[in-house]
Design a protein around this ligand. Structure first.
Ligand SMILES: CCCCCCCC/C=C\CCCC(=O)SCCNC(=O)CCNC(=O)[C@H](O)C(C)(C)COP(=O)(O)OP(=O)(O)OC[C@H]1O[C@@H](n2cnc3c(N)ncnc32)[C@H](O)[C@@H]1OP(=O)(O)O
Ligand SMILES: Cc1cc2nc3c(=O)[nH]c(=O)nc-3n(C[C@H](O)[C@H](O)[C@H](O)COP(=O)(O)OP(=O)(O)OC[C@H]3O[C@@H](n4cnc5c(N)ncnc54)[C@H](O)[C@@H]3O)c2cc1C
Length: 618
């Protein structure tokens, strides 16, 4: 299609086939970025032109039958043979077979494989290798490789998620992606080799300015082993906006439909009101609308942070890696949890028609919900964020200054809420900071008490993991609320827009407190009277948002062809669209379905079964 900008290309594909997960999805989302971020210039020069021109079509093959979360437990091996200067890839066990990678079963002819690196008899952990799995001539599977699709899934029907295994497959040494390196202090005269290793490497390797397995099998480790996880951080940072997009589209469909649908007399003999006028419909949909706006802002923030930090990493400054990991892992989990649950509520709010594919909602749901699992299972990701928060807590207790969004940790917890009838945005942020700080401290105290009680570190960790999860979730929720408030207060919006968006932002904060009241009230931070302020404010905000609800979803500006929904059409012609959709159903192309003759007629009119048998033979 000749579109070079990746974001534009994504939107083009979304328009062409919205939520139809593309069989090239992993090629764009992970294969190309991994070459870009993890390969040396030499390797990029060789592979990128082929991959960008669809000669090499690839995926990211990491997960195995037996392991997805625990990368260090992956069993696929890549053993270096110094005699032939090759790696031998092998799937030594049933559970080591790669399983799940998208676009693997039938589409890709290459993949980046994550395998345990062995050289000189020693294991060096998971590393990435470029592997060709099918012929570039006729797409036949290459020797030493078994590959296929994994069969039907919950959704993602247009993606050939596959399995893959190796039988002592040999690949050249140059196929290990060798970008990041242990760049120790190097004497000035070596500046030309500023990226190279602690040990002299042969001149011909000058370009391989990265960590590598030297020809004799000497391994030089990277500056940080987690650099190899970089592609996952990129996708996690993208998933937040992806989840926000899905939730926003579901809100467009369900709120537009709720403005068209009329149901039940408001009073005996009265007209049937728009269902959007029911307070319970507003209670279910308006906070989701607010959440969609909040997650869109969060998605922009985390992706921009990824770009900034990745820029620093590529210059050798890894200082912000931990914060980026904690932010991207936590927000990926938080956003996909919120979006998946929210899309399901939007579907239910559309009654029976919400259950029809004609609504467009099932397709959005099955496209967004796997985001709770892939790219890091959500609970595991939240616990990674919690791991970072525990480190921040102990640094705060030692009086160290904390970076960015974690400065609230370790704050004085004796204060009470400033909440008044007005429900000021600042009091909302303070409430979320207090809740998160309290939950972080409670988790840390729990860990400490278990360790003091004699538990080992890993036992104390597991014994505190529910509270660690709560703390991480509260941290992510605070991030989304504060980021939304900052955006409202910083934006130079017109006064009318600010008024409307301030109500949406307030609703996001108020609703989040009321839906998690226990965590906000456990230590008496809120009084019962203040909770009453919040409850009344929420109901008032429903009335305030109602006149602008359709405009607020129109503002997302998703064309009908992207929504793919009879319920969410811009022109509101829902019933005609549903009827046309029904009429176009393939089964309606004949008045009597062929199965009548074979299965029903013998029951209804057994005496004329022979006619049926004749027909069945046709
Ligand atoms: C345009 C729209 C795009 C969006 C839509 C995309 C559609 C694509 C469709 C599908 C794609 C799906 C692809 C996949 O699913 S690929 C496979 C994904 N798999 C995973 O994500 C696996 C998850 N597991 C892990 O990441 C790791 O195993 C782990 C859970 C993080 C644990 O790693 P490990 O055991 O090595 O580390 P520790 O827990 O011991 O922690 C050690 C320290 O390392 C730090 N750490 C961990 N990870 C990172 C990282 N990524 N970056 C920086 N630092 C990291 C961790 O914080 C510890 O630090 P500490 O200081 O505490 O010791
Ligand atoms: C649609 C889809 C597309 C995918 N695409 C790809 C792809 O392109 N490439 C690829 O490599 N992979 C892909 N995957 C695989 C995906 O990355 C893994 O499924 C994911 O990482 C989760 O790992 P798992 O399946 O082993 O789950 P598990 O880790 O086995 O999770 C099962 C349960 O165990 C819990 N659990 C596991 N570890 C811990 C822990 N340490 N602490 C607490 N609880 C824990 C989890 O919370 C979860 O509840 C895809 C998956 C899906 C669904």
């Amino acid at each position: 299609m000749g579109i070079t900008d990746m974001q534009e290309a994504f939107y083009y594909r979304e328009c062409a086939a919205a939520h139809e997960n593309s069989p090239l999805g992993l090629h764009y989302a992970m294969f190309l970025p991994t070459i870009n971020k993890q390969a040396t210039p030499e390797q990029k020069k060789k592979w990128l032109p082929l991959a960008e021109n669809y000669k090499m079509i690839g995926t990211y093959a990491q997960t195995e039958l037996g392991h997805g979360t625990f990368i260090r437990g992956l069993e696929t091996t890549a053993t270096y043979d110094p005699k032939t200067k090759e790696f031998i890839l092998d799937s030594p066990t049933l559970t080591s077979k790669k399983y799940w990678p998208g676009c693997l079963g039938k589409t890709s002819n290459h993949c980046v494989v994550m395998a345990q690196l062995y050289t000189q008899g020693k294991s060096h952990g998971p590393h990435m290798f470029m592997v060709q799995i099918r012929s570039m001539e006729d797409h036949s599977v290459l020797p030493g490789i078994e590959v296929g699709v994994i069969g039907n899934k919950f959704g993602y029907g247009t993606n050939d998620n596959g399995f893959l295994s190796f039988d002592k497959l040999r690949i050249p040494r140059e196929n290990m992606l060798m970008r990041y390196s242990q760049v120790g202090r190097i004497p000035r005269e070596n500046m030309l080799m500023r990226y190279s290793q602690v040990s002299r490497i042969p001149r011909e390797n000058m370009l391989m300015r990265y960590s590598q397995v030297h020809e004799d099998g000497t391994y030089v480790k990277p500056q940080n082993a987690k650099l190899a996880y970089g592609s996952m951080v990129l996708i996690r940072s993208s998933i937040v906006s992806d989840a926000a997009r899905g939730l926003a589209q579901a809100c467009v469909i369900s709120i537009r439909y709720s403005a068209v649908r009329r149901q039940t007399e408001a009073y005996p003999g009265g007209e049937e009101p728009q269902i959007l006028d029911y307070q319970t419909q507003q209670y279910r949909l308006f906070p989701l609308l607010a959440s969609a706006y909040s997650l869109q802002l969060a998605g922009k923030y985390v992706f921009n942070t990824y770009l900034e930090v990745n820029d620093q990493i590529e210059k050798g400054n890894l200082e912000s890696m931990p914060e980026l990991h904690a932010l991207s892992a936590g927000l990926k989990a938080f956003s996909t949890y919120e979006a998946s649950a929210g899309i399901e509520v939007c579907r239910i709010c559309c009654g029976g028609h919400g259950y029809s594919q004609a609504s467009g909602l099932p397709k959005i749901y099955v496209d967004v919900v796997p985001g709770c699992t892939y790219e890091g299972e959500n609970t595991v990701m939240m616990l990674q964020t919690a791991r970072y928060l525990m480190k921040c807590y102990s640094r705060a207790k030692q009086g160290q200054k904390l970076p960015g969004f974690v400065q609230y940790i370790g704050q004085n917890l004796n204060k009470k809420s400033c909440m008044s009838e007005e429900v000021a945005l600042g009091c909302l942020v303070m409430a979320y900071e207090h809740r998160a700080a309290r939950l972080v401290e409670a988790a840390a105290m729990r860990m400490q008490s278990l360790i003091q009680g004699g538990k080992k570190q890993h036992e104390a960790w597991n014994g505190s993991s529910v509270q660690l999860f709560w703390a991480a979730k509260a941290h992510c929720h605070l991030f989304c609320v504060k980021n939304f408030v900052d955006a409202i207060q910083a934006k130079s919006l017109s006064s009318k827009t600010v008024t409307v968006m301030k109500s949406v932002c307030q609703l996001y904060g108020v609703h989040g407190i009321l839906e998690n009241l226990g965590e906000f009230m456990q230590d008496g931070f809120f009084s019962g009277e203040q909770v009453g302020y919040l409850q009344r404010k929420m109901l008032a905000l429903f009335e305030n948002i109602r006149p602008n609800a359709v405009a607020l979803v129109d503002a997302f500006d998703y064309p009908d062809m992207v929504l793919g929904s009879c319920l969410g059409r811009y022109d509101g012609q829902v019933y005609q669209a549903l009827y046309d959709y029904a009429k176009s159903a393939p089964m309606n192309q004949t008045e009597i379905h062929s199965t009548y003759y074979k299965h029903l007629k013998p029951l209804i009119n057994p005496e004329t079964t022979s006619d049926a048998m004749q027909f069945a033979k046709l």
